[in-house]
Design a protein around this ligand. Sequence first.
Ligand code: ZN
Length: 290
Amino acid sequence: MQIVRRAVVGVYGVLAFVLGGMVSWIGVRMGIGMWVGALIAFGVFAWGMWPSWRRWRVARQPFPAAWRLWLEAHVPFYRGLDAVGRRRFERDVQFFLDEQRFEGVGVEVTETLRLAVAAGAALLLHGRPNWELPARRTFLFYAGRFNEDYDEDALGDYEGMAHAQGPVILSAKAVEMGWAVPHDGDNVVLHELAHLFDFENLDADGIPTLLNPASAEAWRRLMRAEMVKVRQGRSVLRRYAATSAAEFFAVAVENFFERPELLAHRHPELFEALCAFFNLDPRSSGQTQG
Ligand SMILES: [Zn+2]
């Protein structure tokens, strides 16, 4: 995540130039000069730069020591980063917390819960500093599991659910467990955030939109072959990964970040594909590729 995105500067720069220029031209012809146009150009550009200014301010805030301790204790990847990588990770956490909404349904939204989700986002985006989370979201916490009617239900099928448009629902208990046991390939935060990357084209097909289109067909083939292994019990991915291509991608992401050595050993092709996609090797924190 970047403070100033070049594309945004470009778009708003052009917009300010065109709108301001048009109004200035009209102003000159009406005999009131260019000042209204200049004001409009400034306003449009300032409007576009507002989120960058906000990030700049957020980045200047100190990172709480308690958050740092939590990250060290629960996110092995963060632990392995050097000082520069850690600072960038922390900054991404701060941006995420500032920009996303968090609500609880019968459960208190603690700082730890919010941090636990932000850590997942920072992890997924670390190798790609120019990427953003696909959209601003509300993260809605339930205390425990829930069913398809969104009722809390200890026997419900769901610990998390991401919608193409709408909130991401997470069981607070599952969020805590996901980070408390960091090497079991089961992390509801990483799972649901992975779905967001997949939803970007409004069609969860296991092909994340940010994937280079040239790689899509190879990725599809690889996914099909790996899903067969899941069905045959020859995969380190849990059986849920065979439910659909979208679930395969989400479960693969969980395993990629939580037990990269095992995934690299048992499924080298899948591991390499995910290294290329996220532009990092989670076995050696911060070693981004190419
Ligand atoms: Zn899922």
